[in-house]
Design a protein around this ligand. Structure first.
Ligand SMILES: Cc1cc2nc3c(=O)[nH]c(=O)nc-3n(C[C@H](O)[C@H](O)[C@H](O)COP(=O)(O)OP(=O)(O)OC[C@H]3O[C@@H](n4cnc5c(N)ncnc54)[C@H](O)[C@@H]3O)c2cc1C
Length: 484
């Protein structure tokens, strides 16, 4: 099957019902359930974009195996130009959700591209794992599947090292090896997009290192979300069933986060990519280049999101007529600086891209890491604060869609209009500002940007331990010696 349509994605979900629980209810069909259906529609719209005649060439490329058009995010890049093409494709998808849906399918496509390009890495564990990886990558590319992932083992207790303290009765563990495959039991966090994905990829993450004793928790595999024994437990839905006018983001872009339980789940051998090798499990991210490739997808989305929020801030200021006030200008200036910083990091990662040891092109990871860290720690939370500071009471003086059909409509139209906007246009804009900066949808977005790429403290420790600061220390030493 070449690049899918939205309808094909939706039929795929219907044909393979998975075990999903939300607010005490077992979900029959995620494509029609109010908690998920609008998120499903938004992902479907991305697939449809691949068939838009005006965009098709930017969204797809010719499959080397089938000769059919397949999603461009599956391309294993061999030049900076390939990276730029991929980024432009990913920008189209990111803009479709204003940067709010972080787990659009290109996220995991980028990871599996890198892993397939570096398939020899997996052969170091067992020779057959190399072909498993290549076959799986080709399978998801040719079937244009949507993947989720859950990397973190639930922990009962924490310790200050980067090595997690895992309990066999909690962490996802291999309980048996059979002729058919491995059997796993336990739990994992946190499958964003999980209930509305086709497949779930399970692998470790560098910020939560595995100890030498954790051989039974050391693996990488991917299976269908409807595999027997896989259960998704969702948080409450942020789609409150409101109109697009009242909840412009929540009513469209609920991507859902779910804890995943594995009740003796069989993982067929052909879906296993690593097993029992702690070192290979701990090191794959940098060694295969997948950290750089996900970083490229992530920072592309972050730049789009920053641009969306900057555009929103601009409209807020124009609508309220506050653009002549110096500190308002300063805040917009601050946002512009953030946007430029993110774009500069993205561009630097492409400009400094290089062939890696596996023979394909990886973007430079330094600027990607810097951009991602700044975005989660500082830029995004601060941009939300600025929207609140600029919007102030207009985020509260906010009639709903239904209010415009009441006897208060005359008063609303008379008193809530500004010099540049009707009352309805103002309400339309500030519902968006609310959903971006104050609603429960917005709170989850800030939490997501802070945490999804791993705890910032752990990430900073990794940077401290790995970053080569020696050249700079030597310069300072040389300067000090010149004093003697
Ligand atoms: C909205 C959202 C979506 C997410 N989506 C996904 C997803 O799709 N897939 C996925 O796999 N994961 C996802 N995650 C999980 C994310 O990767 C983790 O939240 C993150 O890695 C931190 O792990 P934790 O939540 O277990 O934190 P915890 O380990 O519970 O940390 C709790 C606190 O203790 C501190 N702490 C604990 N141990 C250490 C240590 N060793 N060193 C320093 N500080 C420590 C932390 O700084 C933090 O303040 C998501 C998270 C969120 C919030």
């Amino acid at each position: 099957m070449p690049a899918r349509t939205g309808e094909q994605y939706i039929s795929g979900l219907k044909e393979r019902p998975r075990e999903v629980w939300i607010s005490g209810e077992r979900v029959d069909d995620v494509t029609t359930h109010p908690a998920f259906r609008n998120g499903v529609k938004s992902i479907a719209a991305l697939y449809d974009m691949q068939h838009n005649p005006a965009l098709r060439d930017e969204m797809t490329y010719t499959s080397p195996s089938s000769g059919q058009p397949v999603g461009l995010s599956f391309l294993i890049p061999h030049s900076s130009e390939d990276l730029v093409r991929k980024r432009e494709m990913m920008e189209h998808w990111a803009w479709a959700s204003c940067g709010m849906m972080a787990r659009t399918p290109d996220f995991l496509n980028a990871i599996f591209c890198a892993w397939a390009g570096a398939a020899d890495y997996y052969a170091q564990d067992r020779p057959e794992f190399k072909q498993n990886m290549i076959n799986y990558y080709e399978y998801i590319r040719e079937n244009d599947l949507t993947l989720t992932h859950a990397l973190i083992n639930l922990q009962r207790t924490r310790n200050p090292t980067l090595v997690d303290t895992l309990s066999e009765s909690v962490a996802l563990s291999v309980v048996k090896e059979t002729d058919a495959g491995i059997v796993v039991r336990g739990s994992r966090l946190l499958a964003t997009l999980g209930p509305i994905s086709d497949e779930i990829a399970i692998y470790p993450v560098g910020s939560h290192q595995l100890s030498e004793e954790a051989k039974r928790q050391s693996f990488s595999f991917s299976i269908p979300c409807d595999s027997h024994g896989v259960k998704f437990l969702c948080r409450e839905s942020l789609d409150m069933g409101g109109s697009h006018f009242d909840h412009p983001l929540g009513s469209r872009f609920e991507e859902m986060d779910a804890t995943v339980f594995f009740d003796d789940v069989l993982v067929p051998w052909e879906r296993v990519f690593l097993l029992g090798d702690v070192t290979l499990c701990n090191k794959y991210g940098d060694a295969t280049g997948s950290n750089a490739h996900t970083g490229h997808q992530i920072l592309t989305r972050c730049a789009v999101k920053a641009e969306f929020v900057l555009g929103l801030a601009d409209l807020v200021v124009k609508t309220l007529g506050s653009g002549t006030i110096p500190h308002v200008q300063e805040r917009i200036g601050e946002m512009i600086t953030y946007r430029e910083t993110l774009r500069a990091c993205l561009r630097a990662s492409e400009a400094d891209a290089a062939l890696n040891q596996w023979g394909f092109t990886s973007p430079a990871i330094g600027p990607l890491g810097a951009g991602r860290t700044l975005f989660g720690r500082t830029i995004y939370p601060r941009m939300m604060e600025i929207i609140q500071l600029l919007g102030t009471s207009s985020l509260m003086a906010l009639p709903s869609d239904a209010d415009f059909d009441t006897p208060l409509a005359d008063e609303m139209n008379r008193y809530l209009a500004t010099d540049t906007a009707s009352a309805r246009d103002r309400a339309n804009l500030f519902h968006l500002a609310w959903d971006v900066s104050c609603s429960s949808f917005s709170g989850r977005q800030v939490l997501y940007e802070r945490m999804f790429g791993g705890d910032p403290v752990r990430n900073a420790i990794i940077l401290f331990n790995n970053y080569n600061r020696e050249p700079f220390a030597q310069k300072v030493s040389a300067f000090l010696q010149s004093n003697n």
